[in-house]
Design a protein around this ligand. Structure first.
Ligand code: CUA
Length: 336
């Protein structure tokens, strides 16, 4: 729904029309009932005013029909709002399968973004138009909130937990991004721009910075070697720690009998506080890395560990050309 009202933020994503439609419906609904009720109050005050001192109103007795009508109509209205709102909420919460993953780290008082190819930006984010983008975000200190008004999406960015926000931009241009959660003295300055480019321009922009960008898997692999994670987490199952190959997305039993799914959140916990959830059959030998690895480096390690579990889903997520290229890379690595 295109809206050119000056007080209204520009609509520049696939989600914007849906959110605006609900918003406008709510405004229209509120206006309708406000006018109806205020009008009825004024009308009745005039029409049924007391005209002389001895005028006494008659007693009122209940009306079943009226009771049913004024219960059923609001119920129907709120149910419509509930299901409509839930539909849009679910659409906002679930990134499409072909969304490309970016990362964001919130800290007092800046946003640090990283592109899938490893390129980094602070307070500015370049994205291609017409491509669903999911941002996996975490905070390094207090609660922040990543807000893109023109895309009508906002998600809290929390310390210790990954949250995601996704959008697909429908217009090129420069749009605001904000921190929408009061996070300290310079909260109001914790914002910037999201720059939407045509896909070709985005590729060109990426190529411009490619010299300094390192692929997160590669950076993760280096860090993995540097921290000597491989000493315990070897390829086979005989190591002191579980093998990290082909584990992502799988369920695993813990020593205490619980079962967990191996996802980003579990990998992060296992790096920072490994003793919390020990895989069945292993001992709590791993040292904690809490406070020793930055969130960026945790992202890198997770990306590397994920790359050890190529799944059909990954194949669907990545674009075919990239996939063929990375498959070729893997093939050469294996032959080396
Ligand atoms: Cu970060 Cu407000």
């Amino acid at each position: 729904m295109p809206l050119d009202f000056p007080l209204f933020p520009e609509a520049a994503s696939t989600m914007a029309g849906q959110v605006d439609a609900i918003y406008l419906f709510l405004v229209a609904l509120s206006a309708f009932f406000s006018i109806l009720i205020a009008g009825a109050v004024v009308y009745c005050a005039v029409r049924y005013r007391r005209r002389s001192d001895d005028e006494i109103g008659s007693n009122l007795h209940g009306s079943l029909l009226l009771e049913i009508v004024w219960s059923a109509i609001p119920l129907a209205i709120v149910l419509v709002l509930f299901f409509w709102g839930a539909k849009v909420f679910f659409a906002q919460s679930r990134p499409p399968a072909d969304a490309i993953e970016y990362t964001a780290i919130g800290k007092q008082w800046m946003w640090k973004f990283q592109h899938p190819d490893g390129q980094r930006e602070i307070n500015t984010l370049h994205v291609p138009k017409g491509q669903p983008i999911v941002i996996k975000a975490i905070s390094q200190d207090v609660i922040h909130s990543l807000y893109f008004p023109a895309f009508r999406v906002k998600k809290d960015v929390i310390p210790g937990r990954y949250t995601t926000v996704w959008f697909e931009a429908t217009k090129t241009g420069s749009f605001h991004l904000f921190c929408a959660e009061f996070c300290g003295a310079e909260h109001s300055l914790m914002g910037g721009q999201v720059v939407v480019l045509e896909p070709e321009d985005y590729e060109r922009w990426l190529a411009g910075g490619a010299a300094t960008a390192q692929a997160p898997e590669e950076a993760g692999r280096q860090l993995f070697d540097q921290l000597a994670c491989g000493t315990c987490h070897g390829e086979g199952d005989g190591g002191r720690g579980p093998s990290l190959h082909d584990i992502y997305g799988e369920e695993v039993r813990l020593v205490d009998g619980r079962t967990v799914t191996i996802d980003d959140q579990y990998l992060r916990e296992s790096i920072l506080t490994p003793a919390e959830k020990i895989v069945d059959g292993y001992s709590p030998l791993m040292p904690t890395y809490q406070g020793q690895i930055s969130e960026e480096n945790v992202f890198k390690l997770i990306t590397y560990i994920k790359s050890l579990s190529p799944s059909p889903e990954d194949a669907a997520e990545a674009n075919p050309a990239e996939n063929a290229a990375s498959a070729a890379d893997e093939a050469t690595e294996e032959t080396l």
